[in-house]
Design a protein around this ligand. Structure first.
Ligand SMILES: *[C@@H]1O[C@H](CO)[C@@H](O)[C@H](O)[C@H]1NC(C)=O
Ligand SMILES: *[C@@H]1O[C@H](CO)[C@@H](O)[C@H](O)[C@H]1NC(C)=O
Ligand SMILES: *[C@@H]1O[C@H](CO)[C@@H](O)[C@H](O)[C@H]1NC(C)=O
Ligand SMILES: *[C@@H]1O[C@H](CO)[C@@H](O)[C@H](O)[C@H]1NC(C)=O
Ligand SMILES: *[C@@H]1O[C@H](CO)[C@@H](O)[C@H](O)[C@H]1NC(C)=O
Ligand SMILES: *[C@@H]1O[C@H](CO)[C@@H](O)[C@H](O)[C@H]1NC(C)=O
Length: 307
């Protein structure tokens, strides 16, 4: 119904609203494009920490649908964040707690047995365009899983760049397959070291391990490198880009049934346990419902205080 209302108001405000999107639009993504490169700035104005909540998910799903259609000449998509402390903080923990409501479906209507957020990230891995993440803030949990679903990752060495899969500390597993992707990038031992301990990694170490492609000393160097790389790739025919991605996905991406069974369905079971319910409530309380503060900023260091 929300969505129907939105379509009506789009008609009423003709000119302010583009083609009716499938899901409600919340304006959390600012896009600009030229010469085949689409720059997407994630700015969740409903959250001080760029939370991966229903607003961002809804807007991303609409964007992905546009990109999947191949009806534009976009060949490269560059994701960055307006919030310099948080690229994408993490999943909205309220989702796991009783009383959570959302206009989004629980399962993706297009992919059998995949939940909406998991399908969203899966779809990003197989966009026909090349995807690049420009990281200038924290990305933990599904924030890091979002990074894993992009083709390339670049960051600054600023102290605000901290990456982590923090699910283990909640009694959970990375539910969209983040640790599976990571084990192929950085190896089994380092994956366990970081993910089992829910530790933050800084950009310089992440670069050394292969978690990210490269780290730059300044924001200007980061931007200029990524924009040149994107412009170069965008010169090439789309068939080559999509074809190359297809092959790399075939050998380096966890298979869909494995993600469903051993990541997504498992997190569903673990999220319902009393220990995770209690920890999640405590986390919501201590972060003042996921607001900017010491725990969100320094989760890797502060989380032991929760135990
Ligand atoms: C890219 O820009 C063109 C021209 O302004 C516009 O028509 C098109 O919708 C844009 N594409 C995307 C994916 O935003
Ligand atoms: C877009 O391109 C991809 C890869 O080339 C193809 O698999 C897909 O079917 C195309 N989508 C549409 C809607 O034409
Ligand atoms: C992000 O959103 C806030 C609140 O609407 C706005 O003040 C700010 O300019 C936006 N930042 C960018 C880079 O778009
Ligand atoms: C994912 O892609 C499928 C097509 O493969 C589509 O049916 C579905 O709506 C997409 N879901 C999201 C959340 O992007
Ligand atoms: C989806 O789940 C149903 C019921 O659990 C199962 O029968 C079916 O094989 C699953 N399909 C896929 C593609 O995983
Ligand atoms: C936290 O914020 C969400 C909206 O973002 C709201 O639905 C929820 O009730 C809030 N929870 C608490 C404990 O304040």
């Amino acid at each position: 119904m929300f969505s129907a209302l939105l379509r009506l108001s789009c008609l009423a405000l003709l000119g302010l609203c583009a083609a009716a999107a499938r899901y409600p639009s919340f304006g959390t993504l600012k896009t600009t494009n030229s010469s085949g490169v689409l720059n997407v700035v994630i700015n969740n104005t409903y959250s001080s920490i760029n939370l991966f909540d229903l607003h961002v998910q809804s807007d991303l799903a609409n964007l992905i649908e546009t990109l999947q259609a191949n009806d534009t000449d976009i060949r490269v998509v560059v994701f960055s964040s307006a919030n310099k402390e948080f690229f994408i903080s993490h999943f909205d923990i309220n989702y796991f707690l009783p009383g959570y409501e959302s206009p989004l479906p629980l399962y993706d209507p297009g992919i059998p047995n995949m939940t909406f957020p998991v399908a969203l990230l899966w779809n990003i891995t197989q966009l026909p365009q090349a995807t690049i993440a420009v990281i200038e803030g924290r990305a933990r949990g599904i924030g890091n899983e979002f990074l894993m679903s992009c083709d390339m990752r670049f960051a600054t060495t600023a102290p605000s760049v901290l990456l982590a899969q923090l699910e283990t500390s909640f009694g959970l597993n990375p539910g969209a397959g983040g640790a599976m992707y990571l084990s192929r990038l950085i190896g089994r031992g380092r994956t366990f070291e970081y993910v089992l301990a829910s530790q933050d990694i800084d950009a310089a170490t992440a670069e050394r391990y292969g978690w990210i492609n490269r780290a730059f000393a300044t924001s200007a160097e980061l931007t200029s490198y990524v924009q040149a790389l994107a412009a170069r790739i965008a010169l090439f025919p789309p068939g080559g880009i999509a074809g190359t991605k297809r092959g790399v996905n075939a050998v380096s991406r966890p298979p869909m049934d494995v993600i469903i069974r051993d990541a997504q369905d498992l997190i569903g079971v673990l999220a319902a346990t009393q220990v995770t319910q209690d920890f999640s409530k405590k986390f919501i309380q201590l972060t003042h419902n996921q607001s900017i503060g010491p725990l969100e900023l320094n989760y890797g260091k502060e989380l032991v205080e929760l135990y």
